[in-house]
Design a protein around this ligand. Structure first.
Ligand SMILES: Nc1ncnc2c1ncn2[C@@H]1O[C@H](COP(=O)(O)OP(=O)(O)OP(=O)(O)O)[C@@H](O)[C@H]1O
Length: 349
């Protein structure tokens, strides 16, 4: 099978276990993000894939070949680091050609491939420039060109955009994704930025404390998180404590002064659960409607793309997002009526 398979990886540093039985697959040509808070083990996985670190157990299989015991220099893997790790005294072209040089390729071949890579990252004609004369975004392109010029079987990116300012970062997200799709290279991208992972990935592997919390495509991970951790890490969620109840054949969670419907019952009547509802997954109206709960608005924040309404539902404080066009409909002090959409109301024991 083409692509990458990670099998039963465990890793400890001394007595500190940092990866617990990690298993996942990346399909040929896919862009997969490893997402999670600092210290959850993302970089360690990358280092195990490229051979800079050895796993205690398990295997790394690239395009059907088990490379677990293959030394670093024999693994054909491209890597881009957060700090770019370029050679400041060498020209752009020398930096890009470095990997081909140590692989003892001919001058002609190096020149041809470096030209191809310069074009790919839109730095045509800049081969003679000094690294120190480039902007952060341009340096990042050089690092990417250097990783791709060796025609690696997979590309590993360790927070490559985090040093760039917001606007350049957004541009590079699109560009990186375009380049990746154009050449169809299987890519693993490490980030702790949920929006970046959602924007760029075919699949996200969400990690927490050395284990895979959930693995899904961005839309499913965002809409149907399987844990409180996942719902809170991927965007903001209202997390409310309540008790599971069944009334007239319908299921609901009762909290402090509110009752909201859920579309399945996983547990017994009276079980304590936590409900997670994203701000934009509430229906809201000025008038009462079936199943709606009172919502007393205490604050309103207009951000441009959405308007956030903060307030109380029963005794709990919640935050609701509405589209900016409706921003003037609701004022601080109003009591509106809200109900989370049934499909996206999730609860966890
Ligand atoms: N060489 C090492 N020796 C000892 N502990 C290490 C080593 N490398 C990583 N660790 C520890 O392993 C854990 C996971 O680190 P890792 O860098 O993989 O996390 P991460 O999710 O990439 O975090 P970050 O986003 O901060 O880089 C951390 O607790 C870290 O301190």
């Amino acid at each position: 099978m083409k692509g990458l398979v990670i099998k039963n990886i465990n890793k400890s540093f001394g007595s500190n276990q940092v990866l617990y039985d990690i298993n996942f697959e990346v399909k040929d040509g896919d862009f997969v993000s490893l997402l999670g808070p600092s210290g959850c083990g993302k970089t360690t996985i990358l280092r195990i894939i490229n051979g800079l670190e050895t796993a205690d157990t398990g295997a790394v299989i690239v395009n059907g070949e088990d490379i677990t015991k293959v030394p670093v220099e024999k693994r054909n893997i491209g890597m881009v680091f957060q700090n770019y790790a370029l050679f400041p005294t060498m020209s752009v072209a020398k930096n890009i050609g470095y990997g081909l040089n140590i692989r003892k390729k001919s001058k002609e071949e190096i020149a041809e491939k470096v030209d191809w890579a310069l074009k790919l990252v839109k730095l045509e004609g800049m081969g003679d420039r000094k690294i120190t004369k480039l902007s952060g975004g341009q340096q990042q392109r050089v690092a990417l060109a250097r990783a791709l010029v060796i025609e690696p079987s997979i590309l590993l990116l360790d927070e490559p955009l985090s040093a760039l300012d917001r606007k350049i970062r957004a541009e590079m997200q699109y560009e990186l994704r375009n380049i990746q799709q154009n050449i169809g290279i299987t890519t693993i991208f490490v980030t702790h930025d949920q929006e970046e992972a959602l924007t760029m990935s075919d699949k996200i592997i969400l990690m927490n404390k050395g284990v895979i919390e959930q693995e899904a495509d961005p839309i499913n991970l965002y809409n149907y998180p399987k844990s409180i951790f996942a719902s809170d890490f991927l965007g903001k969620a209202n997390i409310l404590k309540g008790k599971l109840v069944e009334k007239d054949g319908k299921w609901a969670v009762e909290g402090r002064g509110w009752t909201i419907g859920v579309n399945h019952k996983d547990g017994r009547d009276g079980d304590s659960v936590s409900v997670a509802v994203r701000g934009e997954h509430f229906n809201i109206d000025k008038n009462e409607f079936e199943g709606s709960q009172e919502f007393k608005i205490t604050n309103k924040v207009f951000t441009g793309s959405v308007c956030k309404l903060l307030g109380n539902m029963g005794e709990d404080e919640i935050e609701i997002s509405i589209i900016s066009l409706d921003a003037e409909k609701y004022q601080v002090g109003d009591t509106a009526h809200v109900m989370p959409t049934l499909e996206t109301t999730l609860y966890f024991k």
